[in-house]
Design a protein around this ligand. Structure first.
Ligand code: TYD
Length: 211
């Protein structure tokens, strides 16, 4: 019997990291063993790749280089941390995962989504989340929460790019309604966390759908 793989998705400034941490603490209080992690990164090798990806001086990075570096970080993450934890029956909570590649590199940058799915499957061995919590909020509201001098290479993209990413999330969520839960995030932190917990508790008490 495997564990449960939960991911958070959404734009910058949507509060994913805070919500993920609050969820981890809640589940631990209920007696679950939780691994809280993030992408890009999550392992020592992944964190080195993260530096290259987010460094704002790397303006020359080609879109295919970007795609492959995200998958390199993810491959290491799945092998070293996520899969072993799931096999041990733990709950893994990941702040961003493969859907970020589809939303940002696919819908945002215009890389071919079917091709990206093949690369993701190669990187992950076909591991997709059991539950994806999409913290949705207006693009401007999210960006306004990050000071301009703290924006990473992807945050610093034009507004039009972030709108494409948001539309991408909407398409991904609509295509897999059994996996995705959309949570409006332009509200107080406690209200968002209440919905996050409710979605996870529903999933924990449901028998897993045949994959
Ligand atoms: P991060 O500093 O973790 O910010 P955030 O709070 O937005 O999660 O930055 C991660 C950035 O990388 C973010 O702009 C989204 C982007 N990203 C991709 O473009 N593709 C991916 O596959 C992943 C995992 C992240």
């Amino acid at each position: 019997m495997g564990g449960l793989f939960i991911t958070f998705e959404g734009p910058e400034g949507s509060g994913k990291s805070t919500q993920a941490r609050l969820l981890a603490e809640f589940l631990e209080r209920r007696g679950h063993t939780v691994v809280l992690t993030r992408e890009p990164g999550g392992t020592p090798i992944g964190d080195q790749i993260r530096q290259v990806l987010l460094n704002r001086t790397n303006q020359a990075m080609h879109p295919r280089t970007e795609v492959l570096l995200f998958q390199a970080s993810r491959a290491q993450h799945v092998e070293e941390l996520i899969s072993p934890a799931l096999k041990a029956g733990k709950i893994v909570i990941c702040d961003r995962y493969a859907d970020s590649t589809l939303a940002y590199q696919g819908y945002g940058r215009g890389e071919d989504v079917a091709e990206l799915r093949r690369l993701i499957d190669y990187a992950t061995g076909g591991l997709w989340p059991d539950l994806t919590l999409w913290l949705d909020l207006p693009v401007e509201a999210g960006l306004a929460r990050i000071a301009p001098d703290r924006r990473n290479r992807l945050d610093a993209e034009a507004l039009a790019f972030h709108r494409l990413v948001q539309a991408g999330y909407a398409q991904l969520a609509a295509a897999e309604p059994q996996r995705w839960v959309r949570i409006p995030a332009n509200r107080p932190q406690e209200a968002v966390q209440a919905e996050v917990r409710a979605a996870v508790l529903r999933r924990l008490t449901q028998p897993s759908p045949a994959k």
